[in-house]
Design a protein around this ligand. Structure first.
Ligand code: ADP
Length: 517
């Protein structure tokens, strides 16, 4: 039975564990490759984030150029002036809009307030347009291809960014120049964008020539600690950088791989523990069902013997086959004894079933353990003092009164005495004693019987358990007695202990706590 169970469990374990072990082995083998792969994915992800910032800047500039073209193409010049002013007011990043024809003769200036251009300003724009003639040419080429490009212009005087795009309709082609205030651009456009895309894991920052100008996530990061960085497409001396709360990609990937491996190890352990738990439980259930079937055959055997003895002696008496009065008395005694044995068996089965269903009720009363022992000894005196047996009683006279359920304690003592007589080879020497041990009052039953091995001492208090080695097989029993004794003692807040040596004898001790009952 158990070997086939072992086989089933091994197969089950193999089915469950093999794929996981193979997967774990595969993961361990490919660890460095996986890490490299993950690193690449991670850095691509970060580049995509930077790309999205650039894309956003481009979108904003495109929308500006579209709006400015729209306003400029209106026929009414005073309307154009007012609308341009309004537009500059609502976009603080644009400090000046300059629109010039290609011949640079007609140059107009627009800003958030009325702007009267000095000769100096006009000349400066002319210089800028001359210095950027190549840039303007390429803008025209793009325009001819149908793409309205926005391009930064060279500015040899200062660092103010200048952007240029073309405005064209059927009649004219004009060059628009935007003078950008980068402080406002970073604050109004870039900061909003980086705030919306950063999260707990990484920090997005903006640098101007490697100096930090803006960042998200409440933590300043130096340019050297960036994981990835890219220049803005249009404002090339501005850089967008990403860092991850102090960790490198390599560290993050390593941490992820380590966490994965730990999860796998935990999974393996959980499955192994689950299989062990399953095995223990199935084994326990099989053992219990085996014990139960042994119990049925043991009890039937136990009941059949006294019944046939009673039947046989009653019939002999009925047929008047017994001549001497002495023999008759002997037969009556046997019938009474066997009837008592039957009652005991039935009682213990009934008590056991009550205990199992938790229906057993105890009525605790103030009792003297010595008096209960006396009552039991009175019933058992015949067996205990037979030619074959010798019994010593050692009572501690000043035992305190204890709160006991008399009936069940009597049954427990009877069980111990019954076992001492049953599991005894030849001449039985039994000693029954009461006494006080620190916090306990006790009653012990010692015998010089066959004894119980260390291993079995742990099991004999389990229900249905009977020792199945040596000549114990031949002794009648149900395997319920000691389990009932244990339950009774626990109900009294006490315990039952055993000391035993194979071949030498056993000592069972009922312990009653003095202060608790
Ligand atoms: P039963 O006696 O009906 O088999 P018990 O629960 O009373 O059931 O005892 C369980 C087992 O403990 C017995 O089968 C026997 O093997 C062992 N045992 C109990 N008392 C003694 C004893 N005094 N000496 C040796 N073995 C004992």
């Amino acid at each position: 039975m158990f070997t086939s169970l072992k086989k089933i469990i091994i197969i089950l374990a193999l089915i469950l564990l093999l794929p996981i072990f193979v997967y774990t082995f595969y993961e361990l083998n490919n660890l460095s490759e996986n890490e490299k792969h993950l690193e690449n994915i991670y850095s691509e992800q970060l580049n995509t984030i930077i790309f999205s910032v650039n894309q956003n800047v481009d979108d904003v500039l495109q929308s500006w150029s579209a709006k400015i073209s729209d306003i400029y193409q209106s026929q009414d010049s005073s309307f154009t002036n007012i609308e341009m002013q309004k537009f500059c007011k609502s976009n603080s990043s644009i400090s000046l809009i300059v629109i010039s024809d290609t011949s640079k003769r007609n140059i107009k200036f627009y800003s958030s307030s009325l702007f009267s251009a000095s000769v100096n300003a006009v000349n400066r724009i002319k210089n800028i347009l001359n210095e950027n003639s190549e840039n303007i040419k390429s803008l025209i080429e793009y325009k001819n291809l149908g793409y309205n490009k926005i391009q930064p212009l060279k500015n040899n005087l200062d660092e103010t960014p200048l952007l240029s795009f073309l405005i064209q309709d059927d009649k004219f082609l004009e060059i628009a120049i935007l003078v950008i205030d980068m402080n406002f651009f970073v604050k109004d456009i870039l900061q909003k964008r980086i705030n919306s895309i950063s999260n707990n894991d990484f920090i997005v920052s903006v640098f101007h020539n490697q100096d930090l100008v803006s960042y998200s996530g409440g933590k300043e990061i130096s340019f050297d600690n960036l994981i990835e960085n890219k220049n803005l497409w249009t404002f090339t001396n501005y850089t967008i950088g990403i860092s991850t709360s102090g960790k490198t990609i390599h560290n993050i990937v390593k941490e992820r791989s380590r966490n994965n491996l730990i999860s796998l190890a935990v999974l393996n352990i959980v499955i192994i523990l689950g299989i062990i738990f399953l095995f223990i439980n199935i084994r326990k259930e099989i053992k219990l069902s085996q014990l139960k079937s042994d119990f049925v055959s043991n009890v039937s055997h136990e009941i059949r013997t006294p019944l046939s003895l009673i039947g046989m002696f009653a019939e002999t008496l009925e047929l008047n086959r017994v001549e001497s009065e002495e023999q008759k008395n002997e037969y009556y005694k046997i019938i009474r004894k066997e009837a008592e044995r039957l009652t005991r068996i039935v009682n213990s089965i009934l008590n056991f079933s009550k205990m199992e269903s938790k229906n057993k009720k105890y009525s605790f009363e103030s009792e003297n353990l010595n008096s209960i022992l006396d009552e039991v000894l009175f019933t058992y005196q015949h067996e205990l003092n037979s030619k074959k047996n010798e019994c010593k009683i050692n009572k501690f006279e000043s035992l305190p009164e204890l709160q006991l359920d008399k009936e069940s304690i009597m049954e427990a003592i009877i069980n111990l005495i019954d076992n001492a007589l049953k599991y005894c080879d030849k001449n039985c020497s039994i000693e029954i004693a009461t006494g006080i041990d620190e916090k306990f009052a006790y009653l012990e039953v010692s015998d010089n019987g066959i004894g119980i091995s260390k291993e079995n001492q742990k099991k004999i208090f389990e229900k249905f358990y009977r020792v199945t080695s040596g000549n114990v097989h031949n002794t009648k029993g149900s395997g319920l007695g000691l389990s009932l004794v244990k339950n009774t003692m626990l109900a009294h807040n006490g315990n039952v202990t055993v000391e035993s040596k194979l071949g030498k004898g056993s000592k069972f001790k009922l312990l009653f706590p003095i202060d608790k009952i």
